[in-house]
Design a protein around this ligand. Structure first.
Ligand SMILES: N[C@@H](CCC(=O)N[C@@H](CS)C(=O)NCC(=O)O)C(=O)O
Length: 217
């Protein structure tokens, strides 16, 4: 049994769960998983056993609970400073935090109309008001980060950081909804898909039996 336990939602649908799961894996931290199926009778009471926020993910470390995806990513960065979960340079680190926060608090249209559904393909769905603007903003951010900070590797800031973890669910949405990307953005998305941890999560998502109607078309 590991010291850490990450409580997550469905791997196919829970974008917020994927983010800290990737960060913990990338940091080489061992953790157990508790998966609570979302959108079922009893979901809320099960979540409340682990987090008073009523939301997932939550990370348990002994009697400490850390909740909210970005706070868990930060905790992983503090547990494993050598994992380089934020860029080394102060300016790059500030931008990485900015785009991580923008993902965490923004892109409401994209999140609402293109819900994460890793195992499915809905190439004609989701083009609702505000979604194109969100996609264009994300594509511009990826291009800027790759060109300005990405020289040392294939990720937004070269090596994998929390910024990549925060955008990983978007990478899956772009595939699910058939969003056409430019060369730079597609190469970046391919790098995220190339991660062993990402493949492992996607396989588990495909194998899940649960179906959430609001994320199906
Ligand atoms: N800001 C939170 C959002 C968490 C969130 O909305 N999680 C969803 C699952 S992806 C949830 O727990 N929903 C509760 C429910 O479906 O009952 C975070 O970043 O962790």
């Amino acid at each position: 049994m590991a010291d850490l336990t990450l409580v997550i939602g469905n791997k196919n649908y829970s974008s917020w769960s994927l983010r800290p799961w990737l960060a913990l894996r990338h940091a080489g931290l061992e953790f157990d998983e508790i998966l609570i199926p979302l959108d079922e009778t009893g979901t809320r009471s099960e979540i409340m056993k682990h987090s008073g926020s009523g939301r997932l993910p939550a990370l348990k470390d002994g009697d400490l609970t850390v909740w909210d995806s970005l706070a868990i990513c930060e905790y992983a960065a503090e547990l494993r400073p050598d994992a380089g979960l934020w860029p080394d340079a102060r300016d790059a680190r500030a931008v990485a935090r900015s785009i991580a926060c923008e993902m965490h608090s923004g892109f409401a249209a994209l999140r609402q109309h293109m819900p994460m559904n890793i195992r499915s393909k809905f190439p004609d769905e989701g083009r609702k008001p505000g979604v194109k603007e969100d996609i264009d903003r994300i594509a511009a951010l990826w291009r800027q980060c790759r060109s300005r900070y990405g020289a040392d590797g294939p990720f937004l800031f070269g090596r994998f950081t929390i910024a990549d973890a925060m955008y990983a669910p978007v990478v899956t949405r772009f595939r699910t909804y058939g969003v056409a990307l430019g060369e730079v953005e597609q190469a970046y998305a391919d790098s995220v898909w190339g991660l062993d941890a990402m493949k492992e999560w996607a396989k588990a998502a495909s194998d899940e039996p649960m179906v959430i109607d609001y994320a199906e078309f």
